[in-house]
Design a protein around this ligand. Structure first.
Ligand SMILES: N[C@@H](CC(=O)c1ccccc1NC=O)C(=O)O
Ligand SMILES: [Zn+2]
Ligand SMILES: [Zn+2]
Length: 206
């Protein structure tokens, strides 16, 4: 395995968040001076900040929580595909790709240009992508935007269609400098027993 390439968003107080959601905060509970021995920090954040996975419970109250998810979904070969320029990614946009035998597909939409602010508009996935990807054996779809659906969507058609086909969701990847092609992906969620989502440290290697 080659050197690891970080494809995660740094987490700090300036990381953009969903409008109205919990701000990211890191602070010291005790400084070394106070405790006499160590700095001890605490973090406050939404489970959907930065690079993260959605557990089905996020959009389906009967759905699996983070700790119940199969870790193998989040580690293994992944194909990075350039779909930049599409408003809504459809099966025909992937037709020229060799998806068969790739359980993980990462879509480079390039539609989140300024990472210092939450986007106003992003490329989304058409719900017809779910049966198409399922047919190809895909089990995880990753995107370089905060959601697989339009930001103002309440029905979340792509989330539900993907879940209906057992395809799991990874959001907020940073793929700007990543050439399309085949990689190894590792993007493990935290063992959050009740979690509806989890931040991940996502890395690729050749
Ligand atoms: N479904 C979105 C997240 C989402 O909808 C959301 C995330 C944080 C705070 C509020 C949200 N939606 C509220 O209407 C996602 O793709 O993860
Ligand atoms: Zn999410
Ligand atoms: Zn989502």
């Amino acid at each position: 395995m080659g050197k690891l390439i970080d494809v995660s968003m740094p987490l700090s107080s300036t990381v953009p968040i969903w409008p109205g959601d919990t701000l990211f905060a890191y602070e010291l509970t005790w400084t070394k001076e106070e405790s006499g021995s160590v700095n001890v920090g605490q973090i406050t954040m939404s489970t959907h900040t930065g690079t993260h996975i959605d557990a089905p419970f996020h959009f389906d109250s009967q759905g699996e929580r983070v700790l119940e998810l199969d870790l193998d979904l989040y580690a293994g070969t992944a194909l990075v595909v350039d779909v930049s320029g599409r408003d809504c990614v459809r099966p025909e946009d992937l037709e020229s790709e060799r998806l068969d035998g790739t359980q993980r597909v990462l879509l480079k939409t390039n539609s989140w240009k300024d990472r210092s602010v939450f986007p106003v508009r992003i490329a989304c996935l058409h719900e017809s992508l779910a049966p198409y990807l399922f047919e190809k054996g895909v089990r995880l779809i990753g995107v370089d935007v905060p959601s697989v659906d339009p930001l103002d969507s309440k029905e979340l058609p792509a989330h539900h269609a993907l879940h209906g086909k057992g395809i799991h969701i990874l959001e907020g990847l940073v793929l700007d400098d990543i050439e399309p092609g085949k990689y190894h992906l590792m993007a493990l969620p935290l063992p959050l027993k009740e979690g509806d989502g989890s931040p991940v440290r996502a890395v690729l290697s050749r």
